[in-house]
Design a protein around this ligand. Structure first.
Ligand code: ACO
Length: 322
């Protein structure tokens, strides 16, 4: 009986334009040295003006489908995690479904949990596949976060980049996804937000990212480690059982501190932040695709995925690879 889902393909896409820290320091009171020391970030990719979030998602999805050996018409569920949708509605997932040429075949919808969005999308798709609601799901994280940055705010604009990553999940008799554990704490919504709103055809408030960096740092490290521990305990496993930690790529210091708390050695942590910066909901599937393309993951290995983001919202998932 198909009681689980497993990952059968990954794909990623980063826009062609690269902006380095040195590029930023030409117009901003910052330096490559400051940014690298504090965050591990060297550069970020920026979507071209004509590229929508769904265009990034499309390329990542096509690559994931090719990697899985499936056609778009095999997909009967699309879940897109994004904070930067193409438009207010329809969902980016519906736009992606159309661009993939998939018609009359299952559900397509977005989930929004900012940088932890991919964990919420993965949990949703996993349970829908495991319960028989779908056979082959595309789970996508796609963002154009650089469009909601105040480029004069050096505390935030240095941190983010654009990109998309996608996983194909398939119904399976064996796991796959062992379990996912999600949490939210709305009381912390003020330490990281983009509080503008569209009303009566106008934007009210500021739609740019606002952040209390220190508070976010402390909260992120605590809950990334906690939720990973929760997932391990649920499955009767220990931190020493983790073969690969795939954390949300917020910044190198958050990932290092989380790995240290869990006792996972640095060489067992997928780290793509130097070349991509923080791509929000896209960062985990991009990191998974990086791991696959670099031959990191071996059959039977245990992967721990963990993410945290504005809301606050966070979660962790354990994956048995292969
Ligand atoms: N370049 C140069 N100087 C800067 C920059 C910059 N880009 N940004 C801030 N500074 C200055 C500050 O103004 C401050 O100057 P002051 O002492 O004269 O006031 C000084 O550097 C120190 O600032 P802090 O904010 O204390 O620096 P800190 O060491 O805390 O690092 C950082 C800031 C990197 C943002 C850190 O707090 C952090 O990593 N926070 C987590 C934020 C994060 O990753 N968010 C991602 C989104 S959330 C998520 O994905 C979970």
């Amino acid at each position: 009986m198909m009681r689980y889902s497993r990952i059968i393909g990954t794909g990623g896409y980063l826009p062609e334009k690269i902006v380095t820290n040195d590029d930023l320091s030409k117009t901003l009171d910052t330096s490559d040295e400051w940014i690298q020391t504090r965050t591990g970030i060297r550069q970020r990719h920026i979507a071209a003006p004509e590229q929508e979030t769904s265009d990034l998602a499309l390329i990542a999805s096509q690559r994931a489908l090719a990697n899985a050996g499936l056609a778009a018409s095999d997909i009967d569920l699309i879940v897109v995690a994004t904070t930067t949708p193409d438009m207010v509605f329809p969902s980016t997932a519906c736009i992606l479904q159309d661009k993939l040429g998939i018609h009359n075949s299952g559900a397509a919808f977005d989930v929004q949990a900012v940088c932890s969005g991919f964990m919420f999308a993965l949990a949703t798709a996993d349970r829908m596949v495991a319960s028989g609601m779908a056979k082959n799901a595309l789970v996508v994280g796609a963002e154009t976060m650089t469009r909601i940055l105040d480029w004069n705010d050096r505390g935030t604009c240095i941190l983010f980049g654009d990109g998309a990553g996608a996983l194909v999940l398939q119904a399976s008799e064996t796991p796959g996804i062992l379990s996912t554990h999600l949490h939210s704490e709305g009381r912390q919504r003020h330490i990281l937000n983009a509080p503008g709103q569209v009303r009566d055809g106008r934007i009210y408030g500021t739609p740019f990212i606002h952040m209390d960096g220190g508070a976010v740092f402390r909260f992120a490290v605590q809950v990334l480690a906690e939720s990973t521990q929760e997932a391990l305990a649920h499955n009767g496993l220990q931190p020493s059982d983790i073969d690969w930690l795939v954390p949300h790529q917020a910044n190198a210091r958050i990932m290092d501190a989380t790995a240290k708390k869990l006792g996972v050695p640095p060489e067992r942590v997928i780290n793509t932040v130097a070349g991509q910066a923080n791509t929000s909901a896209a960062s985990i599937p991009l990191a998974m695709d990086h791991g696959v393309r670099h031959g990191c993951f071996k059959s039977g290995q245990l992967l721990a995925l963990a993410a945290v983001g504005g809301g606050f919202a966070w979660g962790a998932s354990l994956v048995r690879w292969g």
